[in-house]
Design a protein around this ligand. Structure first.
Ligand code: PEP
Ligand code: MG
Length: 319
C-alpha cells in the first residue's frame, strides 16, 4: 500500500470531473520542507513559526535567526510558495517564559493573550518577525498568514505594523520582497464577518482545530470532553460552508489547514462544500490525493447539501 501511494507522488491531484485540487503541507521547522517536497506538496500552506520560539527558556529568536529559518524553508521549497504564519504562542503552545506571560497563568488560556493578540501586545517582537519574513520573501514566494484575528481594529493594527516593518527595512536600505496577506479564519466571529476579511486580505485559511473548539466550547486538548469535539457538528459545517462559499464568490483563495484537511474521512465532504485547497501534515498528502482521484465534485456537492441539512451529519458520512 505504501508503494502504491508513493507512485501517486507525481500524479496531479485532479478529480474525476477535472477539478484541480491544491495539496499543501503543514510544517513546524524549516527542514520539514524536504518532507513536503518529497510528499508531492505544491507548497507550504502553514508554517507554524511558534515552534522556532518554544522551548528556549524565553530567549526569543531575533530577526536574523528568523530570517535564516524562513529563508531555509523558502530555499527548501525550490520556488513553491511558503505560507508563513506569524507566531501563535499561548494556550496549548506556551513559551517557557514570555515577557507578557502569554496566557499561561490565566483560567482560560485559549481565550486569553495568544497568537495575534500576543503579537500586538509585543510590537517590537512582532516587527522583528515581520522584517524577517519580508526579507526572506526576496528569495522566493511567501504568503504571510495571521492567526486568531476577530476584530477590525486587530486587522488595521496588523496591516499598519506590516507597513512599518517595510519602512524600517527601507530606512536600513535592506532588500525585501512582496508578500500576499492572509488571515486565519478560526474564531466564529471571523467566520461570521467575512466581508471584513475579504476586503483586507488576499487569501484565507480556515483553522478548523480552533474553529471547532471555539464554536462548540470544547477545549481541543481536554480528554474529558474529547467525545464532544465534533468536526461535523451542524454548526461547524454551516460556518465552513459559508466561509468557503463567500471566499469563492469573492474570487479569493481559501484553504483548510486544520487536522480535518488531512483526515481522509473528511476529504469528500470538504470537496462537496467547495474546498479546492487542503493543507496537512506531509505524511497525509498521498492518502488524501488517492481519495481525490476517485471523487466527482458535482455529485459530492449535492450530497454535501444533504449532510449540511441533516440532524445527525455523522450518520451520512459513509454514504
Ligand atoms: C487550527 O486552529 O486549525 C490551526 C491550523 O492552527 P493551530 O492548530 O496551530 O492552532
Ligand atoms: Mg489555530
Amino acid at each position: 500500500e505504501r508503494e502504491r501511494l508513493a507512485r501517486l507522488r507525481n500524479t496531479p491531484a485532479v478529480t474525476l470531473d477535472g477539478q484541480k485540487i491544491e495539496l499543501l503541507a503543514n510544517i513546524e521547522q524549516p527542514d520539514d520542507a524536504a518532507a513536503a517536497v518529497k510528499a508531492g506538496a505544491v507548497g507550504v500552506g502553514l508554517f507554524r513559526t511558534e515552534f522556532l520560539f518554544m522551548g528556549r527558556n524565553g530567549r526569543l529568536p531575533d530577526e536574523e535567526e528568523q530570517y535564516q529559518a524562513y529563508r531555509r524553508a523558502v530555499d527548501g521549497m525550490q520556488g513553491l510558495p511558503v505560507t508563513v504564519r506569524t507566531v501563535d504562542i499561548g494556550a496549548d503552545k506556551p513559551l517557557d517564559r514570555s515577557p507578557a506571560r502569554a496566557g499561561e497563568d490565566y483560567l482560560n488560556p485559549a481565550l486569553g493573550l495568544r497568537a495575534i493578540r500576543w503579537s500586538l501586545a509585543e510590537p517590537a517582537m512582532f516587527l522583528a518577525q515581520l522584517r524577517a519574513v519580508l526579507r526572506a520573501a526576496a528569495h522566493g514566494p511567501i504568503n504571510l498568514l495571521i492567526p486568531m484575528l476577530a476584530h477590525a481594529s486587530e486587522i488595521r493594527q496588523t496591516l499598519a505594523l506590516v507597513q512599518k516593518a517595510r519602512d524600517q527595512l527601507d530606512a536600513r536600505g535592506m532588500v525585501y520582497g512582496s508578500v500576499r496577506m492572509g488571515a486565519m479564519i478560526e474564531i466564529p466571529a471571523a467566520a461570521l464577518t467575512m466581508p471584513l476579511f475579504l476586503r483586507h486580505f488576499d487569501f484565507l485559511s480556515i483553522g478548523t482545530n480552533d474553529l471547532i473548539q471555539y464554536t462548540l466550547a470544547i477545549d481541543r486538548a481536554d480528554e474529558a470532553v474529547a467525545h464532544l469535539y465534533d468536526p461535523v457538528h451542524p454548526a461547524v459545517l454551516q460556518l465552513l460552508a459559508s466561509v468557503i462559499a463567500q471566499a469563492r464568490a469573492a474570487g479569493k483563495g481559501v484553504s483548510v489547514c486544520g487536522e480535518m484537511a488531512g483526515d481522509v474521512a473528511m476529504t469528500r465532504l470538504l470537496l462537496g462544500l467547495g474546498l479546492r485547497s487542503f493543507s496537512m501534515h506531509p505524511s497525509q498528502i498521498l492518502a488524501v490525493k488517492q481519495q481525490i482521484l476517485r471523487c466527482d465534485t458535482g455529485k459530492l456537492a449535492t450530497w454535501a447539501q444533504t449532510v449540511l441539512e441533516a440532524e445527525d451529519p455523522a450518520a451520512l458520512m459513509a454514504d
